[in-house]
Design a protein around this ligand. Structure first.
Ligand SMILES: O=C(CO)[C@H](O)[C@H](O)COP(=O)(O)O
Length: 219
């Protein structure tokens, strides 16, 4: 399914485009498809959203530029942890939310690739990743806990706090159903020490949703 989604998304890439390239296991298959297109002669420039995506793109000889090297991105293809029918998202399960959001914000169009399990009526069942400055991360966590009555978890990898590509920590916040995503976004990002959170509001245009029976629908 992820491979089908990656290949389907590659159909939206046109010659000469600057492409934002997402992170994660679904985006992996888009990268593979983009590599094939470049091999067969497509000209494009790719803006990676993580060091891992950067590495994969270079491995496949896809020309890579950094976000600072372009004024605008024509199209971004990325995965998501949740997408609702209004194209609002939760992202950051792979820890790349900050660069992903910066790339999405600079893109004229963003298409999400996700399987049907990620298409939800309301965001929030997936714990919302919040990227924080390591200094004082505990205070941020305590603040979120007392403000919202939830139990945030510091993301751990190999026994240590996971460090993002930007040298930050991630706190995963199990909000449950989010009723006012815009207000939550502001409240979180107004907390000193919070760099950004995984709510992607009004950034995605469409989603390619992959269904169990092998079909893909553009919504
Ligand atoms: O936001 C992300 C990384 O920060 C990913 O797009 C999201 O976690 C989905 O990943 P996958 O396709 O592996 O399920």
């Amino acid at each position: 399914m992820k491979e089908t989604l990656g290949r389907e998304a590659a159909g939206y890439v046109k010659d000469g485009m600057t492409i934002g390239v997402g992170t994660g296991s679904t985006a992996f298959w888009f990268i593979a498809a983009l590599g094939d297109l470049v091999k067969s002669g497509l000209a494009c420039r790719a803006v990676p959203t993580s060091l891992e995506t950067d590495r994969l793109l270079r491995q496949l000889k896809v020309p890579v530029i950094s976000l600072a090297d372009t004024d605008e991105i024509d199209l971004t293809i990325d995965g998501a942890d949740e997408v609702d029918h209004q194209m609002q998202l939760i992202k950051g399960g792979g820890g790349a939310l900050l660069r992903e959001k910066m790339v999405a914000f600079s893109s004229r169009k963003m298409i999400i690739i996700a399987d049907e399990t990620k298409l939800v009526k309301k965001l929030g069942a997936y714990p919302l990743p919040v990227e924080v400055i390591p200094y004082g991360y505990r205070q941020v966590s305590l603040h979120i806990k007392s403000e919202f009555g939830i139990d945030p978890t510091l993301r751990i990898k190999d026994g240590n706090p996971l460090l993002t590509d930007n040298g930050h920590y991630i706190i995963d916040c199990p909000f449950g159903e989010i009723n006012d995503a815009a207000a939550l976004h502001i409240m979180l990002n107004n907390t000193p020490g919070v760099v950004d959170n995984g709510l992607f509001l009004n950034l995605a245009d469409n989603a390619l949703i992959g269904y169990n029976d092998g079909t893909v629908k553009l919504i």
